[in-house]
Design a protein around this ligand. Structure first.
Ligand code: PAF
Length: 273
């Protein structure tokens, strides 16, 4: 991988990295399109990162679709796919982790202890191996983006973070590799997660107290008993600190984020305003 990057660079090319855990869908391919726009050579990494999964989470059953992923990368004009093994990345004696301590608090950080430590660590490793000029992530994982932006800033990493909008199904459901876990009845309810966020966003005006916005989201989700919400949060879109009162709208300062179980599947989604 390092040789590929060195050769690309020697040929005057910039490198765009799209880090993924595979099971590629249209959302990932939109990240590839963004990477093509921002760099001359696009690398996709596929690695189901064991250290970002907690005990009892879906590491074992996380879908692995390597052949289809490679075909999708080829069709999308990806220049190289980096597919390390877990033993190469995390040998038995691995003992160095990256811990971002501000943006990783709250939201998913509260319910998935160690998750962002695992993400920051593996992404830092991928940056060291691939040496990209730009790395592209999806807005769906808004807290992950905040953590990684902060890591890049705090540690002076020479990588630009580029963020692509959430790719959605026609009915509003945010694309996710985990959507394939949904039963057909759950799939019918799933778009209500986004509809609930839009209900919250519709009551958000400058000066409105956050609980009013959160109540609108909760009320909408409450109409669909199959959902078991884990959190509904209005946060500063950069720091992830809770927002108490809605401020200036339209500047992208507010992140309205939700995580909810639909049956056994944990879904997340967000709106920025
Ligand atoms: O967003 C993901 O798929 C993962 O968290 C990432 C960034 C590839 C790190 O394992």
């Amino acid at each position: 991988m390092r040789e590929f990057s060195a050769l690309s660079r020697a040929g005057g090319k910039t490198i765009g990295l799209v880090p993924t855990m595979g099971c590629l869908h249209r959302g990932h391919l939109s990240l590839v399109t963004r990477a093509h726009q921002e760099a001359n050579s696009t690398v996709v990494s596929i690695f189901v990162n064991p250290v970002q999964f907690g005990v009892g989470e879906d590491f074992e059953k996380y879908p692995r679709t390597e052949a289809a992923d490679l075909a999708a990368c080829e069709a999308a004009g990806v220049d190289a796919v980096f597919l390390p093994t877990a033993a190469e990345m995390f040998p038995q004696d691995f003992s160095t982790f990256v811990n971002e301590e501000q943006c990783a608090k709250g939201l998913c950080g509260e319910f998935r202890p160690g998750h962002f430590r695992g993400v920051a660590t593996v992404v830092h490793m991928l940056f060291n191996i691939v040496a990209p000029d730009v790395a592209v992530f999806g807005q769906k994982d808004a807290q992950q983006v905040a953590v990684l932006r902060k890591m890049v800033r705090d540690l002076f990493l020479p990588v630009k973070i580029s963020v692509a909008p959430i790719a959605r199904e026609a009915d509003g459901l945010a694309l996710s590799s985990r959507n394939r876990y949904l039963t057909s009845a759950e799939r019918r309810d799933a778009p209500q997660l986004h509809a609930a966020l839009l209900a919250g966003k519709s009551v958000a005006r400058s000066g409105v107290a956050a609980p009013e916005v959160l109540a609108a989201v909760a009320a909408h989700l409450g109409c669909f008993p199959a959902f078991c919400p884990q959190y509904i949060v209005l946060a500063d879109a950069v720091t992830m600190a809770p927002v108490e009162t809605v401020g200036e709208l339209g500047a992208g300062k507010h992140l309205l984020a939700v995580a909810a179980y639909l049956g056994a599947t944990r879904l997340i989604d967000n709106e920025v305003f």
